[in-house]
Design a protein around this ligand. Structure first.
Ligand code: ARG
Length: 469
């Protein structure tokens, strides 16, 4: 009979099959949780000592040993072993090797099931704040860009057809608002992650007189799970993180798509910084917007992680099942992907140059002021349905003559309606069209100014939510 040397090897007659070892080990990816694992163990040891479940002397040895292990991992000198499956057992074994018996007492009143749940809560909580911090940076970059180009007019689109003139700043601030909702969503994730599972044991609690409030306090948790089965089975906060991450990526993919279009020769509305683009190995003229393309592409991958996680948890019976180990790689990859995408995007927006003349031309050499022509007659008493028809006829005739609304004379206008007067040409200038859309939340200079002010207030609120670190 070969002895099974695993931390759980007692009831086994054989050692684990080599391939199975490798199949079920999570150390390759969960070593990322070492800080959280050590923080959790230190809090647990302090609580055990406070409740006289271990001695103060054992507690001090444990804490000292764990700090040394932390430093070793920090320096990249720790030897992770697949044999020991995961980060929890790698650290526990190293601790026992280092400090002997006391190390063997650390896992009293704890299971890997509540331990891994704790690590994941701590990790999601910390990473959520990191994501929120980067969100604020990108939002800042959008506000700065909007502020810098306050007066720039571009066509607004519907159906990707020029629709009405808008301020470029208005367009940027639309994305600001979308990202504010992302910020709020991540705040919800933070709140749902801010609850402590430790003390649930394997599934049913523990026979030891533990003090969960104390552990929660030491780790800065707002609340404690009040059902031990729920505590070890819950991965809602992971699903929620991935869902918030997916919606964020969808927002970035929409902005990416617009930036890619605006860079095309067909639009030529913007030019990206050379430092943010790449060339072609064959076509010497190319300057490709790889960054927004890649962000657009990575959106699929984050959505994929959400789908994988939802499917993993679907129909999973309580409480811990090994399936739950699959919660990690997708989450970690989503964290890396959104953090990287947000950082890169903040730079990209900051380095973007506007080709104002081309935007101007796109507004002038088209009919995006036709609504304003119809509104002009409405303000002189004609019902909108009739003015819409007249403006439509004028557009039709202009197209036939190869001219635009601004090229018509006042006399020509009068032939369509006696209500037209000398001021009609002013009324259809892009600046007038924009300036007149002064309804709350509209694109007028005044409304955009108000939006900028409110964006700055939102940024202040967001900064105070995440605090500094
Ligand atoms: N590596 C495991 C995971 O990531 C830790 C929990 C294992 N618990 C167990 N009873 N096998 O989920």
């Amino acid at each position: 009979m070969t002895e099974n040397k695993k931390l759980w090897g007692g009831r086994f007659e054989k050692t684990t099959d080599e391939m199975i070892n490798e199949f079920q080990a999570s150390i390759a990816f969960d070593k990322r949780l070492y800080q959280e694992d050590i923080d959790g163990s230190i809090a647990h040891a302090k609580m055990l000592a406070a409740r006289h479940i271990i001695t103060d002397d054992d507690r001090d040895r444990i804490i000292d040993g764990l700090q040394k292990i932390r430093a070793e991992i920090d320096r990249g000198e720790f030897n992770f072993s697949v044999e020991l499956e995961d980060i929890h057992m790698n650290i526990e074994k190293a601790l026992t090797d280092r400090i002997g018996e006391a190390g063997g007492r650390l896992h009293t009143a704890r299971s890997r099931n509540d331990q891994v749940a704790l690590d994941m809560h701590l990790h999601v909580r910390r990473q959520t704040r990191a994501v929120q911090r980067l969100l604020v940076e990108l939002q800042q970059s959008l506000v700065r860009t909007a502020d810098k180009h306050r007066d720039v007019i571009m066509p607004g689109y519907t159906h990707l057809q020029r629709a009405q003139p808008i301020l470029f700043a208005h367009h940027m601030l639309a994305y600001f608002s979308m990202l504010s909702r992302d910020f709020d969503r991540f705040d919800g994730v933070y709140q749902r992650a801010d609850i402590m599972p430790l003390g649930a044991g394997a599934l049913a609690g523990t026979t030891f007189p533990i003090d969960r409030e104390m552990t929660a306090r030491l780790l800065g948790f707002d609340r404690i799970y009040n059902n031990s089965l729920d505590a070890v089975s819950d991965r809602d906060y992971v699903m929620e993180f991935l869902s918030a991450a997916s919606i964020l990526m969808i927002h970035l993919s929409r902005l990416s798509e617009e930036i890619i279009m605006w860079c095309s020769r067909e639009f030529s509305f913007i030019e990206l910084d050379d430092a943010h683009c790449t060339g072609s190995s064959m076509m010497p003229q190319k300057k490709n917007p790889d960054v927004p393309e890649l962000v657009r592409g990575k959106t699929g991958r984050v959505i994929g992680h959400l789908m994988a996680m939802l499917t993993t948890v679907k129909s999973l019976p309580l409480a811990y099942n090994k399936d739950l180990q699959e919660d990690k790689e997708g989450l970690f990859d989503a964290i890396d992907t959104i953090k990287f995408s947000l950082s890169v995007f903040a730079q990209l927006i900051g380095g973007m140059k506007l080709r104002v003349e081309n935007m101007r031309r796109a507004v002038e050499e088209d009919f995006s002021n036709a609504t304003d022509l119809a509104d002009y007659l409405v303000k002189r008493g004609m019902p909108f349905r009739e003015t819409h028809a007249i403006a439509g006829r004028i557009v039709h005739d202009c197209i036939a003559r190869g001219i635009y609304l601004k090229d018509m004379t006042v006399d020509e206008y009068k032939q369509y309606s006696p209500l037209f007067e000398g001021d009609v040409l002013d009324a259809i200038k892009p600046e007038t069209c924009v300036g007149n859309r002064n309804s709350l939340g509209g694109t007028s200079y005044q409304q955009v100014e108000l939006q900028l002010q409110s964006a700055r207030r939102v940024l202040d609120d967001e900064r105070s939510t995440i605090g500094d670190e």
